[in-house]
Design a protein around this ligand. Structure first.
Ligand SMILES: C[S@@+](CC[C@H](N)C(=O)[O-])C[C@H]1O[C@@H](n2cnc3c(N)ncnc32)[C@H](O)[C@@H]1O
Length: 320
């Protein structure tokens, strides 16, 4: 039996290995990004023999392998119709390594002092200097190599993005949410967004059908049926698009890298039936649990730092 509505404190890779296969419906999470932050966790052991905190690896390829080793286990514990949603940001190479990409820097300093020695020899000097490392895409490609199907790249656009001092590039105001499925067929509750007024107006005027044009390949009869359903409100909206404009989180607790609860509402509604189980292997301050409970889903969290487990448990009790 899988535990639910609990946070297990420990290294995600090791905890996941103890869980039964096909036991959770979906995974949504935000792992530590590469080279950006210190979550003050104890160093953990990886299968390649390296010991340290996820995200502090001297090479980004090593980070991607470690991350994918964890997601291999996530895949095993997901039900066969399960999906996995990963919020992940990018990093610039070389001298810009200490400048987070589109996210807040608070808490980053001590970590960066610790990894200064890594930066000196980091492979992101030289040819990668100033180069956006495209970590989310390298990660996505490795996930596909390991058997996942990627279904969408969702852009989380942040209207309140941190300003940047860079003058030779644009200010990045987004991160990614990568949406993977374990198999080709999977549970997915379609999510709708409101129809544009311009679509309704065009529909009212007949979309030029009276002039011999056709609308999305429909003949006159089928168009009129669609028009009727659109105007009488039977069609409630259009399939949701992939650019989501949502402010970054403003959670006031002691965790500095939380995601906005609004960001994960749609994935949870789309990916997990009511009463199902949502897994977050990097649960941090517990946002996933709070949203899952609000949406009548069960949840299971893993967190390496016991201080964050405590913080999350208090937050979940309050339900905010
Ligand atoms: C980006 S934060 C997640 C924040 C979370 N989404 C929220 O809204 O609060 C990543 C979390 O992963 C935890 N972590 C780092 N390495 C871990 C590991 N090997 N196993 C489990 N958790 C780990 C960190 O302590 C941190 O709390």
């Amino acid at each position: 039996m899988v535990l639910t509505n609990k946070i297990i404190t420990g290294h995600a890779l090791e905890i996941l290995k103890t869980m039964p296969e096909c036991s959770v419906n979906m995974c949504i999470t935000s792992p530590p990004y590469w080279g950006l932050r210190d979550y003050k966790t104890n160093p953990v052991k990886w299968s390649d023999g390296w010991e340290g905190e996820l995200g502090a690896e001297p090479e980004f390829n090593q980070y991607i392998n470690h991350l994918c080793d964890i997601f291999d286990e996530v895949k095993r514990v997901l039900t066969d119709d399960g999906t996995c949603w990963v919020n992940i940001g990018d990093t610039y190479g070389g001298s810009s390594l200490n400048k987070p990409y589109g996210i807040k820097t608070k808490g980053a300093t001590s970590f960066l002092k610790n990894v200064e020695h890594l930066q000196k020899t980091a492979h992101t000097r030289g040819k990668y200097e100033k180069c956006l490392l495209l970590i989310p895409f390298r990660f996505a490609i490795e996930m596909v190599n390991r058997g996942w199907t990627i279904r969408n790249v969702i852009i989380w656009q942040k209207p309140n993005a941190t300003p940047s001092s860079a003058k030779d590039r644009f200010n990045a105001d987004f991160e990614y949410i990568l949406f993977f499925s374990k198999n080709k067929k999977y549970y997915f509750e379609q999510q709708l967004e409101p129809l544009k007024q311009s679509t309704i107006d065009r529909c009212k005027t007949g979309c030029g059908l009276n002039k011999g044009a056709n609308y999305q390949g429909l003949n006159k009869e089928n168009f009129e049926r669609l028009q009727q359903r659109m105007l009488d409100g039977t069609i409630k909206g259009r399939n949701m698009r992939c650019v989501w404009s949502i402010a970054s989180a403003n959670y006031k607790g002691a965790h500095f890298a939380t995601y906005n609860p609004k960001l994960i509402e749609v994935p949870i509604k789309a990916g997990c039936p009511e009463g199902g189980i949502v897994l977050d292997p990097f649960i941090g301050s517990g946002t996933t649990a709070v949203v899952a409970e609000k949406l009548n889903r069960n949840w299971l969290g893993i967190e390496l730092n016991p201080e964050y487990t405590k913080l999350a448990e208090e937050r979940i009790k309050k339900g905010t």
